[in-house]
Design a protein around this ligand. Structure first.
Ligand code: F6R
Length: 612
């Protein structure tokens, strides 16, 4: 949560910083601010609310500084307000800091500094950082190019928690210092100028050359150079990584919202994720994984661990792994897994799914699994993200940058990658040969079928128009369709603010059916031929009680029974979530639009949840 941007070069920093912040707003939008080094010293401009409010601050266009830092906030400590906005400064207004993360021992540090005469003007945890830097800077008697770096380094040694931090000072107009621990930060290398950002797409239009910092690594940036150091300030060598993403893919390209664009990008995202891994007639190829038959035969359990939508993709993964590979598989929510002392040993394979690769709980769960000697595998969409630096192995969805807070193309790409991984395991084990061959054919057909499903847009939109003022919506399904019910309920909640619940269809009569009354909306997914009749019976039960019904199906059902039936192409039940979720992504999108809400930036949410 929170987005940070930095610039050091020869151009005016402020427009570059604001431009970067606008692209990072998905990470939080409670307040925004920038600090630049002007001739007269440090200038800080900030305000509550969206990044665009910065344009209304008098004098912001007159800033000339060519070094600056910037921040868009997702509030943790202290309510959204001007005084709690970043950048923060020390008492002498000599050092300015932006911070993404949480300083867990900030009360202790506040006391330490207060005892030394420092005053605090915000309720944030961050404000201790510039003051600690001031404290250590003043104690350092050496005056050289490393003085700011040394002060930041000493201050960071006192911090507990997570932080991605940028620092500038009026005492050093040639440098900027950055450091990260458990929060994202990338460095873009330009020609006579350098950039900082919380993610790659925000600065992709400026450079394709990136350096990725590991935990507790520091960078000292000047206009022409970037030097890296470890926690003891020993120099560290780093190689530039060239990022192949196209800058245009992080733009809206004529769509009204990122979410709609990303829904429509799913055929491409799936095609790219399949890539060269699957070719008819040959085995599924995961070059980067060297899992032997002996290793897989010895696996006692697979854990799929993730949060939110990524966890829902894991639920589909479980069905495939258990049915085709016969390996017991559990799905766990990362924030629960990390605290419940799961039974894991060196024969356990723990798979972590995260679009951003930065989710704090998922990374903590991964670290725990490694401590317990499990083999760890990360599935992520972001090359070089924190999770890939922690896991034994990493494999990638190739969905391209996902900007809308509500995840769509990342989810379907994750389900595809889990299907491919299942095939790879089954082929290595030499099991379920016929089912695996059938599934391979179905996967290759998916991009075309997704294009077909996108044509249901108008029908879904009409249904959305009928129900957008509802207060409660229920989603039902059985088997793998129940996993889609969960994902669809989450999507509706997060962007339309309608209360939505999902249930296994057979569970309804054990309690929730008491909530069904005249006019209530019940949405069901029916793609498994073995279960369709059972679910139809459950829907009959709610129709009898007056429910309005929408059905998403690839089976033959009696259309007259339901208010709206969305027909989608047939496919293997294993990968049916990839098709059945799409009309329901569109439904949430259109309902949110009808309600006049900000689809891409729903309230209280952030794209990348880097705090626990
Ligand atoms: C919902 C959504 C979230 C994320 C969750 C995990 O649409 O996007 O539930 O799926 O915060 O994020 P990642 O995948 O980045 O770890």
């Amino acid at each position: 949560m929170c987005g940070i941007v930095g610039y050091i070069g020869t151009r005016k920093a402020s427009p570059i910083l604001i431009n970067g912040l606008l692209r990072l707003e998905y990470r939080g939008y409670d307040s925004a601010g920038i600090a630049t080094l002007e001739d007269e010293g440090l200038t800080v401009m900030k305000d509550k609310g969206r990044v665009k409010n910065l344009y209304n601050i008098p004098g912001i266009d007159d800033l000339k500084g060519t070094i600056g830092i910037a921040h868009t906030r997702w509030a943790t400590h202290g309510k959204p307000s001007k005084e709690n906005s970043h950048p923060h400064v020390d008492n002498s207004k000599s050092f300015s800091v932006v911070h993404n993360g949480i300083i867990e021992n900030y009360n202790e540090l506040r006391k330490f500094l207060t005892d030394k005469g420092y005053k605090f003007y915000s309720q944030t945890d961050t404000e201790v950082i510039p003051n600690l830097i001031h404290y250590y800077y003043n104690k350092d008697t050496k005056n050289d190019d490393m003085k700011l770096l040394r002060a930041v380094n000493k201050a960071c040694k006192d911090l507990k928690g997570s932080f991605a931090v940028e620092v500038i000072s009026k005492y050093d107009k040639e440098h900027m210092v950055v450091v990260r621990k458990d929060s994202p930060l990338v460095i873009g290398k330009g020609d006579g100028e350098n950039y900082i950002s919380s993610d790659i797409p925000a600065i992709l239009s400026f450079t394709k050359d990136f350096y990725l910092l590991n935990d507790l690594e520091f960078a000292l940036l000047s206009r022409d150079d970037i030097k890296f150091y470890d926690i003891d300030l020993n120099p560290v060598e780093k190689r530039v990584q060239v990022i192949e993403w196209d800058a245009a893919s992080a733009e809206k390209e004529g769509y009204e919202d990122y979410m709609l664009k990303e829904i429509h990008e799913q055929p491409t995202a799936i095609r790219e994720t399949i890539g060269a891994k699957l070719n008819e007639g040959s085995k599924c190829d995961f070059d980067e994984l060297k899992f032997t038959k002996e290793y897989l035969q010895g696996v006692n359990k697979i854990y799929l661990v993730a949060c939110g939508t990524a966890m829902h993709a894991g639920l589909a993964g479980k069905v495939m792994l258990e049915k085709l590979c016969k390996i017991p598989t559990e799905v766990d929510i990362a924030s629960e897994f990390r605290y419940r002392d799961p039974i894991i040993d060196d024969k356990t394979l723990c798979i972590f799914i995260s679009q951003s690769g930065e989710t704090a709980d998922t990374i903590a769960a991964l670290k725990l699994s490694r401590e317990k000697k499990a083999r760890t595998l990360a599935i992520t969409n972001v090359i070089g993200s924190s999770i890939t630096r922690e896991a034994d192995y990493s494999i990638y969805t190739h969905a391209g940058p996902e900007i809308a807070v509500a995840s769509t193309k990342a989810y379907t790409s994750q389900v595809v990658l889990l299907a491919l991984l299942t095939i790879y395991f089954a082929e290595t084990l030499g099991v379920s040969k016929k089912e695996v061959e059938d599934l391979k054919k179905e996967i290759i057909e998916l991009p075309k079928k997704v294009e077909e499903v996108l044509k249901t847009d108008e029908q879904v939109r009409e249904f959305g128009h009928r129900i957008y003022q509802e207060k409660d919506v229920f989603f039902l399904g059985r088997g793998i369709d129940e996993t889609v019910a969960r994902e669809s309920a989450l999507k509706l909640k997060e962007i339309s603010y309608i209360h939505a619940d999902s249930y296994p269809a057979g569970e309804l009569k054990h309690g929730p059916i008491a909530l069904i009354e005249n006019g209530i909306t019940v949405i069901s997914i029916m793609t498994d031929p073995k279960l369709v009749e059972k679910t139809v019976s459950n829907i009959q039960e709610v129709i009898t009680r007056g429910a309005k019904t929408l059905v998403v199906t690839n089976q033959k059902v009696d259309d007259k029974m339901f208010d709206t039936v969305v027909h989608i192409p047939e496919t293997s039940p294993f990968v049916s979530p990839i098709l059945s979720v799409i009309p329901l992504q569109l439904l949430s999108y259109y309902i949110s639009k009808e309600k006049g809400l900000d689809v891409d930036k729903p309230r209280n949410l952030a794209k990348s949840v880097t705090v626990e």
